[in-house]
Structures are given as C-alpha cells and as structure tokens.
Write a protein that binds this ligand. Sequence first.
Ligand code: PLP
Length: 385
Amino acid sequence: MKDLAERGRFGDYGGRYVPESLVAACAEVEDAFREARSDPGFRERLGTLLALHVGRPTPLTPAPRLSAELGVTLLLKREDLTHTGSHKINNVLGQALLATRMGRTRLIAETGAGMHGVAVATGAALLGLRATVFMGERDVERQALNVFRMRMLGAEVVPVGVGSRTLKDATSEAMRHWVGATGEAYYCVGSVIGPTPYPWMVREFQRVIGDEARGQCAEALASAVPDYVVACVGGGSNAAGTFAGFVDTAARLVGVEAEGGAGASRGRLGVLHGFRSLFLQDEHGQISEAHSIAAGLDYPGVGPEHAYLRDLGRARYVTVSDEEVVAAAVRLARTEGIVPALESAHAIAWVIRAAGAGELPPGATVLITLSGRGDKDMSTLKELV
Ligand SMILES: *Cc1c(COP(=O)(O)O)cnc(C)c1O
C-alpha cells in the first residue's frame, strides 16, 4: 500500500488546519523531520537513546495461562516495560532529539492523564531542554501524582482553566502558546493527531513497536505473522506504530476504543486541533467530551490514518465497556502476573470477548500491544476490584 502519510493526507483526512502564524512553524518541523529521518547520525543517536535509556527492544512475552483459557495463542508486546512505563517515550525522544537538531531550547506539550507530560519532562531533562506542559485544571486535580512527577523532572506545569478544563482545552491552549514562541520552542504532540507532519512523524517514531514485533513474531510463530494484531486506540499512536509493522501482511488489524471515546467507531467528519478526521460530535456539530475509565483514551477524535484504514477496510475498530476493561485487567494480572494500564486492558478485553464468542478461531495467533503498565491506575482500580 502506498504511504500517503508523507504527503500529509490520508484520503479525506489529515491536513494542516492551523492559523496562518503556525503554517510556517509546521512546515519547518516537517522539513527538519524529512532531513533527520534520512540522516544516519540522527537514527543512530535515537537508536542509542532507545536502547540505553528506554530499554529497547521490549520483549514479546507469551501468555500461556490466559492463552489456554481462551483457546488462542497470545503474544504480548511489552511497552509496559519501557522507562516511564508506556510507549509515549518512543515518540517523545524522537521529537526531543529533532527539537535540539532544530536549535530549539524548550518543549511545549499538552497532557491529559499526565503520561505524555511525564514523557516530555523526561525527554527534556535527558537532553537539557526546558519543558512547559499544559494540563486542564480538572486533570491537574485528578492526576496530582503525575503533576508532581513532571515538576520533579524540572518541567513547568500550566493549569488550563477554560472550557471543560481537560485534554481538549489543554491542547488548544498549547497550540495557542506555540504561536508566540515558535522561534525558541518546539511543540511535541503526543499521539498521531494534529496538523501535518505530526500524524505521520509520530507514527514513524512509534513504528519501532511494530518493526520489533514483526521480527519477534517471525521467531516465535511457525506462521511468522500473527492472525490478528490488536492494540488500544486513544489518538491512536501505539496502534499506528504496531500496525505499521504488519500493514503489508495478511494479519487482521484491530483497534480497540473506549465506548465513551470511540472516535474511529462512532465519530463524524470534523476539524479540530489542526487536522481533519472523525470526532465525537453532538447534533449541532460541537465536539463532545470523551469519557473513559482510562484517562489516556479520553480523546474525542482519532488520528487521520485510522479513519483512513477504517474506510479502506484494512483495519477494524471496535469498542469495549469500562466493566469489560476492569475484568480484563484483573484477568491478565491473575493469569500472567502482569498488571496492564487500563488503556492497554481495552485490547485484552476485546480479545477475551472475541475468543468467547467464537469470533477468533480456536488456535488463532494474536499479537496484543500492551501500551503501558497499570501502576498509575491503582487508585482507580482499588475502588473496583
Ligand atoms: C496515552 C496512552 C494511550 C493512548 O494513546 P495512543 O496514542 O492511542 O496510543 C494508550 N496507552 C497508554 C498506556 C497511554 O499512556
């Protein structure tokens, strides 16, 4: 399949719908990324950071007890074992390195639950950059521990008190702040969303998940390629990175969304945060708030490439309920000794449901990306389990 991403368009989706003042800034990021990705020196520096700081490659772990219970063969791609505990660091280190290459001295970012913010604070500290992280006031209250983690790492956290005071507003505020600071600051987007080149660039930085998994599956499976490749979808970066390793194979790609944050499954065409894609909207076309037990999936839209893969029929998008997610997290913990992030548990929950319903043929091989670890979710889970 031809890679349209490079041209910044995925069929009807994508684009660069930003104020005039940010068009040049986005173009500069795009030029710098094109140069960097074909520069062996940049690739080597990033590869070294990912190996020595993040702990890559992450293992592909079999899940024998849960596999036996479900009658399928599960393989878990362990992004939960990365430094800082989720896949977000892969993308952040790529962009932070790009920022230093562009001569920028500060990273700007937004965060919802705080995981991207923590990754940005980490990358900034590691490379000697300053970091300014915008976060909705409600999230600042709900995620106090991650706020402290960011400050511990030297980042400035800016509470956003407008609108619903959550991720959607923090994103708008971060973009507004970038307008006045494009000379010294680099805007570090946390998922495969935003104006061109971000959806393409973030997927390329997350491709390491899918590329590693492809090689590891070739060793682990007689068939070399799994029958199913499953990942959770918020904005869609861990799924996009995973799918990138398998899009040219016969593997069936499944993205699992939260029922209350199902941009790909239930969204309608719209424009927000500089790109055109599928967004949850009310009857007047106003973008709705997303709601999920997993804060990392609380985004009302989905990356443009997912909307495109859905239209093509190359990937399928499904939803699971909060109850299924909690049950799946408990089940993985008690069969395999792995407590997944609630986001990642969405992928497990769909596999459990599909295996139980006979939708996955007995003996099917299933790769699941575990995007993060569950430590951050203990205060939510302790009320429910
Ligand atoms: C942020 C986050 C997600 C959702 O983001 P994507 O861009 O859809 O990958 C999923 N899992 C974890 C652990 C996260 O922190």
